[in-house]
Design a protein around this ligand. Structure first.
Ligand SMILES: NCc1[nH]cc(CCC(=O)O)c1CC(=O)O
Length: 308
């Protein structure tokens, strides 16, 4: 076992919170190990002026960190699972998936108004096609308007009156101590979260013997099972965080319920399906769910999207 571990992470406040959270878990389990954090800038961090869906390419927030992992300048990478593409580079693996935080999306309304009371044509801020399309499906009259920037920038834009409400992931807000801003949680009945939302990804080199004990203390079995099913869906559908596909797994009475959505940007074409699985079957069932959704019209919706 190593006496010194270096974690690579993006430099955003949320990413640093997450890396520190993992650092503390390791130090608690192994008081003799010293854990350092190395900040690595990614392509996604450089692009702040346009929706990432317009930029194209997958893994915009992870690539440079993966290079550091392959080159050996870091031992572990901590990412938001939601930012991970379906396929990892040769030689890298998801070493552990810690316990998931709240997986859902939330609305923050400027006036504290509940979704059902939004006026006709209310402007909602999100740059996520997944969120926009599911909102439009529920309320075709809403206007979806792009918003970028970190959490504080977005909250400031909301308060300036540009939007009636914005949509964010509960996990990010809660981790940054801004949970009190939340007006309303949207569960998978209304809005299916992104694959892996609320979970962290601990990425490592394949078969790194120095990391095995550390990884086993970080891993959370129920989270890994659900996220593995969601990612099997993602791989089959070849999506990323930036196209309007959603998949969420939850455990009910020792069975896994996987729910997925593929929708057009205007919310008019909308496919939503749920499949049940045992913990052992999640990969197979995740793939089956992707095929089902594609067959039922998802294929046509994704082909019409025209995203690079
Ligand atoms: N899209 C960016 C992103 N990537 C991870 C999170 C935080 C939540 C999570 O870990 O899933 C967020 C913010 C958000 O979507 O509001």
């Amino acid at each position: 076992m190593k006496s010194n571990i270096c974690i690579g992470t993006r430099g955003s406040t949320l990413a640093l919170w997450q890396a520190n959270h993992v650092k503390q878990s390791i130090e608690k389990a192994f008081p003799a190990i010293r854990v350092d954090i190395k900040i690595i800038k990614t392509t996604g961090d450089r692009i702040t002026d346009r929706p990432l869906a317009m930029v194209g390419g997958k893994g915009l927030f992870v690539k440079e960190i993966e290079t550091a992992l392959i080159e050996g300048s870091i031992d572990l990478a901590v990412h938001s699972m939601k930012d991970m593409p379906g396929e990892l580079p040769e030689g890298l693996v998801i070493g552990a998936i810690p316990e998931r935080a709240n997986p859902f999306d939330v609305l923050i309304s400027a006036q504290g108004t509940l979704f059902k009371n939004y006026p006709q044509g209310a402007v909602i801020g999100t740059s996520s096609l997944r969120r926009g399309s599911q909102l439009k499906h529920m309320r075709p009259d809403l206007e979806i308007k792009s918003i970028r920037g970190n959490l504080n920038t977005r909250l400031k834009k909301l308060k300036s009156g540009e939007y009636a409400a914005i949509v964010l992931a509960a996990a990010g807000l809660e981790r940054l101590g801004q949970g009190s801003e939340i007006t309303e949680y949207l569960t998978e009945t209304d809005m299916v979260p992104a694959v892996g939302q609320g979970a962290l990804c601990i990425e490592t080199r394949e078969n790194d013997p120095d990391m095995a004990d550390v990884l086993s203390t970080l891993d959370h079995d129920p989270t890994r099972i659900c996220v593995t099913g969601e990612r099997a869906f993602l791989k089959e559908i070849e999506g990323s965080c930036h196209i309007p596909v959603a998949c969420f797994g939850k455990i009910r009475d020792s069975r896994i319920l996987l729910t997925a959505v593929v929708a057009s940007e205007d919310g008019e074409s909308f496919i939503k399906e749920t499949i049940e699985s045992t913990p052992e079957q999640v990969v197979e069932k995740g793939r089956e769910l992707a095929k089902l959704v594609l067959d039922k019209g998802g294929q046509r919706i994704l082909e019409a999207l025209n995203i690079p």
